[in-house]
Design a protein around this ligand. Structure first.
Ligand SMILES: [Zn+2]
Length: 314
């Protein structure tokens, strides 16, 4: 599939960010988003609607924290997309996920347009080994066995499980994030996105992202050379990140990060939230269903990327 798209208003490329709420504090979010707002970016901020009743491996502020919610509502007002990162920061039953989705809708006036699984939640949908098929799944299983002696078990798509919420995902959420790659031009490495995967029917459309989980990987991905290349290629980037992880220190943004984003924002790009970008691609292209061959290729490339470049959480 050709990855070239003609962007609206003569823009030469598209760029957005999906920001995961791991480690979020109101101070971090306020400092980061006042900067993003000022330079004209309108990106996607994922949240946990509910404060969990257990101790998470990785947690952060939730929409039950009043000042945080105020800050998130303010972002929505400014045109940022608010997305979902599971009901909360640890495993939720179907009832808890249902409640989380209801609270999301009550707070933001609509169901989530997009979501990403939180690494430690067992109700994640098509996660762990269920992200993969055939031989790639066998390789993944072997690697997991070497690493921690067990297969992980994610059950959001398994109808018999008390954690099942696949039908709710299908009925309420349009886009779910899957594979992450080491190229700033996400659309070039996953030209079929947003795609439907007939083997994973509870997700309407999947999207991929570019690697930027930490400050270091984000800055390494967004170098001046890569920005120029993204523009030359007329591509689209969805960075996946955790803005609470090292980007802001003592109320100040990392200087390199700031200058890279200022440079990018002065270029002729289309800076819209994740769902606006994906809606546009769908509208131009029509609905795409991924084929077995395309899926095998994505899975293999992702597994290599994960083995070589990332540490764990994507
Ligand atoms: Zn997370």
């Amino acid at each position: 599939m050709n990855s070239k798209i003609e962007w609206p208003d003569g823009k030469q490329f598209a760029f957005t960010i999906f920001d995961d709420p791991d480690w979020d504090t109101v101070e971090n979010v306020a400092a980061m988003y006042s900067f993003l707002g000022d330079i004209g970016l309108r990106t996607t901020k994922a949240v946990w609607p509910v404060r969990g009743n257990g101790t998470p491996k990785v947690g952060g502020a939730t929409c039950e924290d009043e000042p945080y919610l105020k800050c998130i509502l303010n972002l929505k007002e400014q045109g940022f997309e608010i997305a979902l990162h599971n009901a909360t920061y640890h495993t939720s039953t179907r009832e808890q996920t249902t409640r989380g989705l209801e609270i999301f809708r009550r707070l933001f006036g609509h169901d989530p347009y997009s979501m990403a699984n939180h690494a430690d939640c067992r109700e994640n949908i098509y996660w762990g080994r269920a992200r993969l098929s055939g031989r790639t799944q066998v390789v993944y299983d072997l690697l997991r066995l070497i690493k921690n002696g067990r297969h992980d078990e994610f059950q959001g798509h398994i109808e018999a499980s008390p954690l099942f919420w696949g039908d709710l995902c299908r009925d309420k959420i349009k886009y779910v994030r899957n594979f992450i790659f080491g190229d700033l031009n996400t659309l070039k490495v996953c030209p079929v996105m947003p795609y439907h995967d007939p083997a994973r029917p509870y997700v309407n459309y999947w999207f991929a992202s570019s690697e930027g989980a930490t400050l270091e990987s984000f800055n390494a991905m967004l170098t001046e050379d890569n920005q120029d290349k993204l523009m030359r290629e007329g591509g689209a980037c969805i960075m996946y990140t955790h803005f609470a992880k090292g980007f802001v220190g003592s109320g100040k943004l990392n200087r390199r990060f700031k200058s890279l984003l200022e440079r990018l924002s002065s270029m002729n790009g289309w800076f819209v939230p994740v769902h606006t970008l994906l809606d546009f691609i769908l509208q131009v292209r029509g609905v795409a269903s991924i084929t077995q061959v395309e899926r095998n290729d994505l899975e293999r490339r992702w597994l290599w990327h994960k083995l070589l470049h990332t540490r764990g959480r994507s």
